[in-house]
Design a protein. Structure first.
Length: 138
């Protein structure tokens, strides 16, 4: 199966905002994780199955560029795609938008972890192939 990108949608709720009435910056991390999990689910990869196999895809680094604020009741779309795959890690890129414009860009670097030893390990062959197939061609 090939998606190349996935779009996850949500809405800004009052609890997502700070005292200034815009989305609290930490909420973006939650949304990025939700969009990433749904993207993997669409590819046929279940986080629960990975956990059963003691495989973790743990966040190593996050880079978010905020471009415009999101406010209560805005509709939010998060487009996620695999940007780069290496032996034991991958970088996923996301664009967070409302109905009018792009509000943020993000990159999340994930490492494949053996959850029994908590050490980095190579991506299992089937995951490496799947992610490599999804990788953006530049």
């Amino acid at each position: 199966m090939s998606l190349e990108e996935s779009i996850w949608k949500t809405r800004v709720y009052i609890g997502d905002t700070d005292q200034g009435g815009v989305v609290y910056y930490g909420k973006y991390l939650y949304w990025l994780e939700a969009a990433r999990i749904e993207y993997l689910r669409e590819l046929g990869v279940s986080y629960q199955d990975l956990q059963t196999q003691k495989i973790g895809l743990n966040v190593l680094h996050v880079d978010i560029k905020y471009r415009a604020p999101l406010r209560f009741d805005d509709k939010v779309s998060i487009m996620t795609q695999v940007q780069k795959v290496s032996k034991a890690s991958l970088i996923m890129g996301s664009v967070i938008s409302n109905d009018q414009h792009e509000c943020a860009q993000a990159q999340v670097k994930l490492a494949c972890i053996n959850e029994s030893t908590w050490k980095v390990q190579a991506l299992p062959g089937h995951l490496y192939s799947l992610f490599k197939n999804e990788e953006i061609r530049t």
